[in-house]
Write a protein that binds this ligand. Structure first.
Ligand SMILES: [Mn+2]
Length: 394
């Protein structure tokens, strides 16, 4: 008999699906949150001794780590497979297998590692459909789908959240067993399209609520949201690249998530400050007093960020005519090139500071003034006044 304890997200359930493909009725699978795994492990150690235990996509606390090592030394069968940086120390045990990046420098996921394990031990035969499924899960879990614009990976995760875990498992197992390729059926395509439209509307609404707040040395975009955290963090991050990360607060759940699109920012370091953790690109924590003060109390009075004008034809970024921005207090900011450098004029007075690139100048004025790209009309009026003033100077 086999038992698999896995995470309750797509990557964790991917492992469960593989286990059921490999062991059929001979495996019992239980999905857990990070918090509930240790209780399950304790229960296992007290009640299920003659079973081969797999733990995937999660790691146990210190007490269970010691107990599992004793169990293993007494002849118990056990394998932990994970890809989280924080679990690397489990490689010290014979039963630990933790790899964050494979030999080809690709980020791993629990599902991809477990698939490899099952193939190597001949518990499972390789199949094209399963391989495709595993790769979609891996790309989703590691955020690689974003870089590769692999929407299918994102859609797989959406589908996972649209149905119950049991239903998802059943449908996927059936599909992987009886097809040469992985695909979504017509009905799934239809509900995925509906879901995507819904997410788009939700993000549009949330975008109008985003506030900017400097926390420590970093600039955060702060938004309150109950659902679609990863889509929201991703989209808002891309639209506001001057922000170091997006903080998404779920007040009801007393939880918050941190997302970044920037390679030089590690949001797991941000989360650690609030007793949380996670990955470089996505992390989270329970909302403690400090987080509540910084992200809720101190942002409550702030006005949301204004969006850049969308349909401009003249007031364009990096234009040789210069680019015009506005602020809440009706200041006019103008970025233009001066020989090698970029400069900013604030209400027609040049700031002393110079910038090596347009992006650097824009980041400065967005961070400091929360400015937004002005509409074409404002820009044209501004240029006309400028010409007039130049003439009267002569
Ligand atoms: Mn994972």
């Amino acid at each position: 008999m086999y038992k698999l304890l896995s995470h309750n997200d797509l990557d964790g359930v991917g492992c469960g699906i593989l286990a059921k493909l490999a062991f059929g009725n001979h495996v019992r699978v239980r999905y857990n949150s990070v918090g509930s795994l240790n209780r399950e492990v304790e229960w296992f150690l007290e009640n299920e001794k003659d079973t081969f235990l797999f733990i995937t996509d999660l790691s146990v606390n210190e007490k269970n780590e010691i107990r599992l090592e004793e169990y293993y030394k007494d002849g118990g069968k056990l394998q932990l497979i994970d890809h989280h940086q924080t679990a690397l120390s489990f490689n010290d045990y014979d039963w630990g297998h933790v790899i964050v990046e494979d030999e080809e420098e690709r980020l791993t996921s629990a599902t991809s590692l477990f698939y490899e394990y099952l193939l190597n031990h001949e518990f499972l035969e390789s199949s094209k459909a399963v391989e495709e499924f595993v790769e979609l899960v891996r790309q989703y879990d590691t955020w690689e789908w974003e870089k590769n614009s692999n929407e299918k990976a994102q859609r797989l995760n959406s589908l996972f959240f649209l149905v119950s875990i049991e239903e998802f498992e059943e449908v996927m197992i059936q599909r992987l067993q009886s097809n040469d390729h992985f695909f979504f059926d017509e009905f799934e395509e239809k509900i995925l399209n509906m879901e995507e439209n819904k997410i788009e509307r939700y993000i549009r609404k949330k975008r109008r609520e985003l506030v900017q707040k400097k926390v420590g040395e970093l600039y955060a975009g702060v938004v309150f949201a109950e659902s679609y955290h990863s889509e929201l963090g991703n989209q808002l991050g891309k639209e506001y690249p001057h922000l170091d990360y997006i903080a998404i607060l779920n007040i009801g759940g007393r939880r918050m998530g941190f997302r970044t699109i920037h390679d030089h920012i590690d949001v797991s370091e941000v989360a650690v400050r609030f007793d949380g953790g996670g990955h470089a690109k996505a992390a989270g924590c329970t909302m403690n007093d400090l987080a509540f003060r910084l992200f809720v109390e101190e942002t409550f009075e702030l006005d949301p960020l204004h969006e850049d004008a969308k349909r401009n034809r003249f007031n364009m970024k990096e234009s040789s005519f210069g680019t015009l921005y506005k602020t809440k207090s009706d200041n006019i900011l103008f970025i233009c090139q001066e020989e090698e450098n970029w400069v900013i004029e604030r209400d027609n007075v040049k700031l002393e500071r110079q910038f090596f690139s347009f992006q650097e100048a824009e980041m400065y004025l967005k961070r400091k003034y929360e400015a937004w790209l002005a509409k074409d009309e404002v820009f044209v009026q501004y240029l006309m006044n400028r010409v007039k003033n130049n003439k009267s100077d002569e």
